[in-house]
Design a protein around this ligand. Structure first.
Ligand SMILES: [Zn+2]
Length: 269
């Protein structure tokens, strides 16, 4: 019998599927892969944070300061006054694993930032803007809220959080992590994280004073546009817009039946 080789059918290298459908499948597939990678990265940060409990974080960063921080004199009235106010507010957070330290960044822009280990940095510019202790208390309470939800570590970015995990597990020096005021001043939180921090902060203010009068007066002034915009821009770039925030805070106070009127405390300096 003679062997007759069969010819392959025509167009064997051409897919039966329409090219557009193939392109769609490819894009959907790549999209799914990137989505999975993104979810894994988010989980990696959560896992890293699980292995760096607040107590460990506090111990690692006990005496640490950001490289580019320009501090004021240690006996500055504003520094001691702000530290005392943080201590009074944090007293109401009974199981706080942090011992909060305050430093003033000698800069004219307005900002308040939560650094690892319980270091709260407020700028001289922000202290120039607050007009009562109650206003400052809410700004500080809001930062304490970020610690409670550990947003402050997530805001550092995945790279630093993962490096922090290796630092914590190998006992390396945290000063190599390269966390700076300039860098953190630009990192913003999600709206959800901001709202949660506001709720915790306002609750601390209510517990401290028995009312929430003037707690968000600073934002009302900013919303009215009294102040020079460049000075408040940094704070606003990393926090919700004052108008929306005021509405949310008013609604929160009403929901929790926190008195909106009360005796307002003067700044301690
Ligand atoms: Zn915030």
């Amino acid at each position: 019998m003679k062997y007759v080789p069969k010819q392959p059918r025509g167009g064997i290298n051409v897919s039966d599927t329409h090219p557009l459908v193939e392109a769609g499948t490819l894009i959907a597939g790549l999209g799914a892969i990137f989505a999975v990678i993104a979810v894994v990265l988010v989980f990696l940060v959560e896992i890293a944070l699980y292995f760096v409990p607040p107590e460990k974080e506090a111990a690692l960063f006990r005496d640490w300061l950001p490289d580019d921080l320009v501090t004021v004199a240690p006996d500055d009235d504003r520094l001691t006054g702000t530290q005392r106010l943080v201590d009074r507010l944090a007293f109401h957070w009974a199981d706080s694993p942090y011992e909060f330290r305050v430093e003033i960044d000698d800069s004219s822009v307005s900002n308040a930032m939560a650094f690892p280990g319980g270091l709260i940095v407020v700028t001289r510019g922000l202290l120039d803007q607050v007009e009562s202790e109650n206003e400052l208390a809410f700004v500080l309470g809001h930062e304490l809220g970020h610690y409670r939800n550990r947003d402050h570590l997530r805001a550092l970015g995945r790279g630093i959080v993962l490096s922090l995990f290796f630092t914590a597990t190998t006992g390396a020096d945290v000063s190599n992590l390269g966390i700076t005021v300039a860098d953190l001043a630009l990192r913003s939180f999600s709206r959800k994280q901001e709202t949660a921090a506001d709720e915790f902060g306002l609750e601390l203010v209510y517990t401290q004073y028995g009312h929430v009068d003037e707690a968000w007066r600073l934002f009302e002034r900013w919303d009215d546009g009294d102040d020079s915009l460049t000075d408040i821009l940094t704070y606003l770039s990393t926090h919700p817009q004052p108008g929306d925030r005021i509405e949310e805070l008013e609604a929160l106070a009403d929901r929790r039946a926190w008195p909106r009127q009360g005796e307002v405390a003067q700044l301690p300096w």
